[in-house]
Design a protein around this ligand. Sequence first.
Ligand code: PXG
Length: 467
Amino acid sequence: MSEAALTNDPESTAGLQRRDAAHHIHPFTDTAALNAEGARVVVSGEGCWITDSDGKRILDGMSGLWCVQIGHGRPEIAEAVHRQMTELSYYNTFFKTTHKPAIALAERLARLTPAHLNHVFFTGSGSESNDTVIRMVRTYWDAVGKPEKKTIISRWNAYHGSTIGGASLGGMRAMHGQGGMPIPGIVHIPQPYWFGEGGELDPDSFGTWAARELAHAIEAQGPDTVAAFIAEPIQGAGGVIIPPDSYWPEIKKICADYDILLVVDEVITGFGRLGTWFGSDYYDLKPDLMPIAKGLSSGYLPIGGVMVGDRVADVLIDDTGEFFHGFTYSGHPACCAAALENLRILEEEGVVEHAAKIAPYLQERWRALGDHPLVGEARMVGLMGALELVPSKPSRTIRFDNEGEVGTMCRDFSLKNGLVMRAVRDSMIIAPPLVITRDEVDQLIDRASKTLDDTLDALSKAGRLPS
Ligand code: PXG
């Protein structure tokens, strides 16, 4: 077929890109710029790999969007969903009604999550989970007779979703800039980002400083008005910000001292990402509320939830009366079936144990990339890591001009080299499926390494490196 005929074929890559550009507004995208370039069309996925419409196989170093714990394309999930849809495709969980998949999933989650978390409120996504958190936190304090406790403290550069509530809890200034956020009653403190913001302090002193900022904010707001603190165990979308060891113990102490609820957002860190079932297990946290999503179903169908600790559940269930909140798809039977099958695979195939076992090898090889002339820091916990790109070493303070440009360039090289890495500012992020093998780790590192060389070469040719 001639090239012109191929381009006119609506199912060719060019045809699909043209049709996509005509009608599809993508999330977190400059749509005009994307349309000029054409979107990558992904057609299939298997294990740690995706294939695009040109037949190129790409190692999915981001597990889709931090979610495909068990890898792509497991037929067992499709079969479980098919079975459920044949039996009961949809029914709600409002109005004194329930169904078997919601019952079984709630039971399973109570068993798998930390011991004091014994109830779940189902949602359709992480964003809905965090909107639910705002409602629950404030309803809890109303019910215990402290209605003045309303303010929720979060961190700058946190990500808690893209609904108005989720984006307000989040600390992404660009998001706040579109649409009048944050909503009232949400306050942000500095993040524990030592590489970017630690100044002259050593990591542990900086971690303690960042945690003490919570106490300062509580004092500034008035301790009687603060309801909760929300945080990701490790910030994901913010750039895999791993807090110094001193951070979480100090935060736990401050929450207890001031009697504010601790909300641990496990949308990314839940279901094995850190080589433990939850980030709360890794950092020994005892969240009052724990939003979950993503890895709950390995992303096969949309489902999220808020795990509710006994302290809050007792009040919400016994003292609140009706909780005026819920979604059409809360506990959707097909999504619950996908989640149950995913959890069965995680448990029966020992996927979390596998992640814990492969993590040291990936970490060792990832940290060795820190020797590359472009890399200022290579960090990783469990199976989530970042490389900080810098123009010259050793340097934490001198960064590239036009932040984000080098990261994007590096990401484009990475895709060319057959590896999905995500760029956050000028850092490169990976969070591969938990089922990644040793051989795939080697391929990931080889491709990342070549990508760094390609980026260095391009920067050097463009005269963008100090001589
Ligand atoms: N909390 C956390 C910690 C997240 O990472 C959400 C809540 C919201 O989940 P939903 O399901 O509503 O998207 C997330 C989502 C990125 C990226 O570019 C990260 C997320 C979503 C989209 C993009 O890294 N995380």
